[in-house]
Design a protein around this ligand. Sequence first.
Ligand SMILES: [Zn+2]
Length: 367
Amino acid sequence: MKAKMVKKIWKIVSILILLVGGLTNSLFSEEANLFTNPGFEVDENKNGIPDGWNLMKVDNKPGDNFDAEIHMSDVAHSGKRSLYVKGKSARGYGSVHQSPIYLVPNSTNKEEKIGKPSFFYPHGTANWKIYTSKHYIFHYPPNSTRAKDMGQYLASYAGLRDETFEKSVSFLNINFKDRIDFFLYNSDEHGKQVTGRNLGFVKYNIPNHIYEIHEKPNQSPGHETAHILYTSFGTVTHSSLIGEGFAVYMNWKCGDNTFKGRLRRSVGSEEFKTLSLRDFEKNFRSFHCDFSYPLAGSFVGFLIEEGGLDRFKTFIKQTHPFEISIRQVYCRIEKRGIHYTTIEDIEKNWKNYIISHINEGVYKFSR
Ligand SMILES: [Zn+2]
């Protein structure tokens, strides 16, 4: 009786295997290759770059100015020729890519195929799994320890991030079409092993539409996305005060209360009373982040809410030193009787603004 039952189970299992096998085979045979010009053979405009492919060049470290070229070679393994990427100067990452294709659920095989490998850490994440949401491509290790049920976890994790993304682009009134590659590490240490950096950073290559988020587990959902969206304003200032302030302010605008308790403490501190805006901007990274981040958020909030979003967009595109840029864009604004004349004047108005608005709207302390 026992042997009979085992036999029966085996029969069912083998039918299932046959079914799955049949299904997979038929899927593959009907599926066209999702890449344009997959064999690199076609180059109709004869520019030496196979049609449909783009060259990606990314610096090893900022300012490297890495350069590379694509070459067609007559060496062929199959077909008529092959392709190689040659580095020309400095060190960096060179590669060819095609933009990812938007896919719908129940096309897992296709998603796995078109998922871009991690551009910046190709060796660490090449075998990672992929989950595509509306605005992100999530990459996670096959043995991810994030959750028992990764499917369920990813659906809610991605849902919250998609929602935050949409709130942000609608507030900023921008069109951001590219999907962001989003890496889910098991822990801070795991992230450091793979990337060589402390987690909580973004990487991007705008001409090639490559955007990556390397978030800390449990980081507030919109912060790194805000850093990515910031780049869509064009060439933007590298001021950390403005960049971090923008990300923190966007957290608040999207309903995330991160840093709010710390904002209240920072505003009430002696250090804030004597803080010079000039010094704060110049030495931003030398202040403790519990002090600097919420205050930066309040400063960007002050600029956007008092001067308007368009003026802020103009301001961040200024390539002059901070003080010159801010004076060019914000001095001589007349709003609610405010006339800014100097950076000290802006500083005084920001401090008064945040003290008087700390119990209101976006600055309101949740408890
Ligand atoms: Zn940040």
